[in-house]
Design a binder for this molecule. Structure first.
Ligand code: SIN
Length: 548
């Protein structure tokens, strides 16, 4: 007998997915399942350092300042209403997390300690274990979800959405025994995180392959803002992936950036897109592969930042005496599946939250420590909406880019969408290098005889880092497009139900959309920096939307 569909199936077990699952199964008693491709606690959330930004005093002016900082970082592309929701509801969600058992750092009087990070005009970031905030939040949420009746499918890889009559009705997945199975649900929430694995150097773990966004792309669901991929300025220059992060909180406490001659070259507290570009410019000018973070002036480093300290000691560095080598690393996908203010996507029955979603809160560049916050605000919002019987999107938030909206005099509400023409998928043979760049290009894959999903992933990551990373141009993007086409052609004969193959296919499809969007956006804005279009173009203050 086929089991009755669940009320809700959550894909992903980071902060967005687990806060949603706890709300659905615990608060509302919905029949809830969670699918995650690793163990429950193996989500990118666990690697998040700095913390959660929220105006905890509840003071209206402080909340409005958080709103203003978020809009400023977003370089004109934030959805005002979505940011309003984020900053207004954030403090309550932090309190709920504390009630669930999350322990944030406190001073000797028991008050929450607040840190300041780049782009924030005041200290408002709560943190745990110094810079182990994600790990503490993940711990608390995993424990909370295990206390509910939610059915947990760990080590299960979601392959594709099941769609009937234009509505999402579940997913096809590979179970831990390698068998393809179907899980039916009235509502599916995609909370599968981002796609940091698109790039060779990233702070994201190996699970960050953008599976939810790729599934939505294949299903024709509206996606936007993928050209905005944030690079964290200060990842430790180190061979390991994920790259150990030297949290922005270090700069918030006074750590300084220095070039190879020891000079400062940027205001360390500027938003991270600006700092990343300044570091890259310095590296190019001085022909080095890193700059230095000088934290020697910080008091009590080991006590304040124990996890960072132990990473440094393991690398043979003493932050009290050594300058620390740092370079930018891919960190956060600002765009994703377009949602309304309640997490609904353009497909009825399909919801999205957290890094997977384009809720409009980040625009062209995310403000530091707003990502955990986004997950804990918009995951539960989707559940409230599902519990109230909603089904299908409303023309609110970033969804206005897809559905349109009533005329408004407020320019911050006028971020409409423009359809993004996707390149035709063609085989490598059909795509001549001279066709796309005008100059001959050698593709390292073309000659390869022993192609594996792993080698394809490495080639894709290298091309994306070199040609579609912190800075791009039409020429470099066309070069990346060529490699992506070849990767797709090489994947075609492989078994799409093998997880390693499916992950690379997901990355390649996202890479294709990201590159198309980056080519179409002929300006520089936020994290999207074009060498051939260095200025911001006010006429391009809209989202590029693929799907409908
Ligand atoms: C950091 O600690 O620097 C990262 C925090 C974030 O990504 O918001």
């Amino acid at each position: 007998m086929t089991p009755a569909p669940l009320d809700l199936l959550v894909l992903g077990s980071g902060v967005a997915g687990l806060s949603a699952a706890v709300r659905a199964a615990g608060t509302h008693g919905l029949r809830t399942g969670v699918i995650t491709k690793g163990g429950l606690d193996l989500a990118t959330t666990r690697w998040a350092q700095g913390g959660v930004a929220a105006a905890l005093s509840g003071n209206v002016e402080e909340i409005d300042l958080h709103l203003a900082d978020t809009l400023a970082a977003g370089a004109g592309l934030c959805d005002f209403d979505a940011v309003r929701v984020l900053v207004d509801e954030g403090p309550r969600r932090v309190e709920e997390l504390i009630a669930l058992g999350a322990e944030f750092d406190r001073d000797e009087r028991g008050n929450l300690e607040l840190a300041r990070e780049g782009g924030h005009s005041v200290a408002r970031v709560v943190h745990a274990g110094g810079a182990a905030t994600g790990a503490e939040i993940e711990r608390a949420l995993v424990a909370a979800v295990r206390r509910t009746a939610a059915v947990l499918h760990e080590h299960t890889f979601a392959l594709d959405l099941m769609i009937e009559d234009g509505c999402c009705v579940g997913v096809q997945a590979i179970d831990p025994n390698g068998q393809v199975t179907q899980v039916r649900a009235r509502n599916v929430l995609l909370a599968t995180g981002g796609a940091g694995q698109l790039f060779a150097i990233t702070t994201n773990p190996s699970v960050a392959t953008g599976d939810g966004v790729a599934m939505a792309l294949r299903a024709g669901v509206a996606i936007a803002d993928l050209e905005f991929f944030q690079f964290h300025p200060t990842a430790l220059y180190h061979p390991g992936i994920p790259r150990p992060l030297l949290s922005e909180a270090l700069r918030g406490h006074g750590a300084l950036l220095r070039d190879s001659s020891g000079e400062r070259f940027v205001d360390e507290m500027l938003p991270r897109d600006v700092v990343s570009r300044a570091i890259l410019a310095e590296m190019l000018e001085q022909q080095t592969d890193h700059v230095w973070l000088d934290a020697t002036g910080l008091d009590h480093f080991a006590e304040r930042f124990p996890t960072i300290y132990s990473d440094l000691v393991a690398s043979g560095l003493d932050p009290m005496t050594d300058w620390l080598p740092v370079a930018p690393a891919a960190h956060h996908q600002c765009g994703g599946i377009v949602t309304d203010l309640f997490g609904a996507t353009s497909m009825p029955g399909l919801w999205a939250a957290g890094e997977t979603a384009c809720s409009g809160v980040h625009g062209a560049n995310r403000l530091a420590s707003n990502s955990l916050l986004e997950g804990m605000v918009f995951g539960p919002r989707a559940i409230e909406s599902i519990a109230s019987g909603a089904f299908g999107p409303s023309a609110t938030g970033a969804m206005r880019s897809v559905l349109g909206f009533a005329e408004s005099d407020d320019p911050t509400l006028s971020i409409l969408g423009v359809a993004l023409p996707l390149p035709q998928t063609s085989t490598a043979e059909e795509t001549s290098p001279a066709d796309v760049t005008g100059t001959p290009v050698t593709n390292p894959h073309a000659a390869s005889s022993s192609v594996t999903p792993q080698s394809l992933k490495r080639g894709l990551q290298q091309a994306m880092s070199t040609d579609a990373g912190v800075q791009r141009s039409a020429e470099t993007l066309h070069r990346a497009a060529l490699v992506i086409t070849q990767v797709m052609a090489d994947l075609a004969p492989m078994d799409p139900q093998e997880v390693a193959v499916a992950e690379v296919q997901n990355l390649a499809q996202i890479a294709q959309t990201l590159v198309a969007a980056a080519l179409a956006r002929t300006e520089s804005r936020g994290t999207h920096s074009r060498l051939d279009y260095p200025g911001l173009d006010p006429a391009q203050a809209h989202r590029l939307v693929v799907g409908s």
